[in-house]
Design a protein around this ligand. Structure first.
Ligand SMILES: *Cc1c(COP(=O)(O)O)cnc(C)c1O
Length: 392
C-alpha cells in the first residue's frame, strides 16, 4: 500500500535489462567498437520510447539519477542561466521536498521565491500564479500530481499562462508519468522531471525533459565532465537502468487505460470501506486525483499508532518517504498543513498507494485490518487522551 514511495520492478523490465549487465556491457560513449555501439543503440531506443510517450523529441530527454536530480538541474540550471534576466521564481507549498529544498537553497543565493498556497483540495489557483508574476519572473514550477494526496494540477492551463508571459515552466511529473497521459506540447511544458522507480522501473534512473524549440531552453549544467547528455549531465550512462526505464515507460503507456480503470476500481472499493468508519476524511481532490491514491484522516488515530499496529501486515506511509528520510524534518506533512489540516488531524492521516500488483484480495484484507485497528486504537485511547498527550 505504499506505491507512491516506490514500486517493484516489473519482471519484463528486469528481463530487458539483464543482457546489458553482461553480454552488452559496453560504454555508450565508446565510439570505436561494437560494444559501445550496442550500448548506445539500446540507450537511444529507450530515449525514443520515453520521448514518444510524452510527445517529445528524443534529443529533449536528459537522463539523470532520478527526479530529485532532475528537479535540481531544472531549477538551479534555469536560475543560474537566466540570472541576468531576473531572479524571481514561483512555486507551490505542496511541492516535493526536492523542489522546495532547492528553492530554499536558491533563496540563500539571492533569488526571490514566491511559494503559493493551495485550496482545501490541494489545487493551486491559476490566477494566483498570474498575479504573482513580475517582470523579473524567470521560472514557474508546479508539480503535475501530488505524491501525498494525489491532486492533479491544471498543468495545461498553467503552461499556457507561462507561454503567454514568456516564462519558463517546469513540472515535477514523477507521480503522473505512466498514470495519466502527459503531452509536453499540448501542455506547454518546458522542463519536466520524472523517475523510473515510480513506474515499475529500477531505482537510480530518471529524466529531465528539456524543450529544444519554441523556445529552446538553456540550462547551466550541474555536473560537468565528459559532456554526456548534450553537455547537460556528464557521467557514463547507466545503460541497464536506462533500458529498464524505457521498457517500464513503454509498458505503462501500453496499459495506461486498462490499468487505471482496474486500480481506480480497487481504490474506490477501499475508499468506500473507509467511509463506513466514523470520523473519516479523504484528503485531496474528489475528482482531479491520481487513480491509485487514497489519503485518509482517521480522527483520534495517530498514524504512528496505526502503522505500528499493522506493521507486520500492511506497508503504509504517513506521507512522503523522502520527508521521512530526514528526522529533522518534523513529523507533520507540509502538504496536509497546506490543505488546511491542523497538526492533530495531519498526524492522524495515512497514505495508501495502490499499483499494478495490488489484488482485490489484498484490498479486502487491508480494509479489514485497518478498520479493526482504527476501532481498537480509538477504544484504547479516546480523544481525551490524545488531547492530554498534546498538552504534555
Ligand atoms: C519520488 C518523487 C520524487 C523523487 O524522485 P527520486 O527519483 O526518488 O529522486 C520527486 N518528486 C515526486 C513528486 C516524487 O513522487
Amino acid at each position: 500500500m505504499d506505491y507512491h514511495a516506490t514500486t517493484p520492478v516489473d519482471q519484463r523490465v528486469v528481463d530487458a535489462m539483464m543482457p546489458y549487465f553482461t553480454a552488452h556491457f559496453g560504454n555508450a560513449a565508446s565510439k570505436q567498437h561494437s560494444y559501445g555501439w550496442t550500448a548506445e543503440a539500446a540507450v537511444e531506443h529507450a530515449r525514443q520510447t520515453i520521448a514518444r510517450t510524452i510527445n517529445a523529441d528524443a534529443n529533449e530527454i536528459i537522463f539523470t539519477s532520478g527526479a530529485t536530480e532532475s528537479n535540481n538541474l531544472a531549477l538551479k540550471g534555469v536560475a543560474e542561466n537566466f540570472r541576468s534576466r531576473g531572479n524571481h521564481i514561483i512555486t507551490v507549498q505542496t511541492e516535493h521536498r526536492s523542489v522546495l529544498d532547492v528553492c530554499r537553497n536558491l533563496e540563500e543565493r539571492g533569488f526571490e521565491v514566491t511559494c503559493l498556497p493551495v485550496d482545501g483540495n490541494g489545487l493551486v489557483n491559476v490566477d494566483d500564479i498570474r498575479r504573482a508574476m513580475t517582470a523579473g519572473t524567470i521560472l514557474v514550477s508546479v508539480m503535475m500530481a501530488n505524491n501525498e494526496i494525489g491532486t492533479i494540477a491544471p498543468i495545461a492551463e498553467i503552461g499556457k499562462l507561462c507561454a503567454e508571459h514568456g516564462i519558463i515552466f517546469h513540472t515535477d511529473a514523477t507521480q503522473a508519468v505512466g498514470k495519466i497521459s502527459v503531452d509536453v506540447q499540448a501542455m506547454n511544458i518546458h522542463l519536466m522531471s520524472f523517475s523510473a522507480h515510480k513506474v515499475y522501473g529500477p531505482k537510480g534512473i530518471g529524466a529531465l525533459y528539456v524543450r529544444s524549440k519554441n523556445p529552446y531552453v538553456k540550462l547551466l549544467p550541474q555536473i560537468d565532465g565528459g559532456g554526456h547528455e548534450r553537455g547537460m549531465r556528464s557521467g557514463t550512462l547507466n545503460v541497464p537502468a536506462i533500458v529498464g526505464f524505457g521498457k517500464a515507460v513503454q509498458l505503462a503507456a501500453e496499459n495506461l487505460e486498462n490499468e487505471s480503470a482496474r486500480i481506480s476500481r480497487l481504490r474506490n472499493m477501499l475508499e468506500h470501506r473507509f467511509m463506513n468508519i466514523e470520523e473519516t476524511r479523504i484528503n485531496g481532490h474528489p475528482a482531479m486525483r491520481l487513480h491509485n491514491n487514497l489519503n485518509v484522516t482517521f480522527s483520534n488515530v495517530p498514524a504512528d499508532d496505526l502503522m505500528m499496529a499493522l506493521r507486520n501486515d500492511v506497508a503504509l506511509s504517513s506521507g512522503s518517504a523522502c520527508t521521512s528520510a530526514d528526522p529533522e524534518a518534523g513529523k507533520v506533512s507540509h502538504v496536509l498543513k497546506a490543505i488546511g489540516l491542523d497538526d492533530e488531524h495531519a498526524r492522524c492521516s495515512v497514505r495508501f498507494g495502490l499499483g499494478r500488483f495490488t489484488t482485490e484480495e489484498e484490498v479486502r484484507f487491508v480494509a479489514e485490518r485497518v478498520t479493526k485497528a482504527v476501532e481498537e486504537i480509538r477504544r484504547k485511547s479516546p480523544a481525551r487522551l490524545i488531547a492530554e498527550r498534546e498538552l504534555a
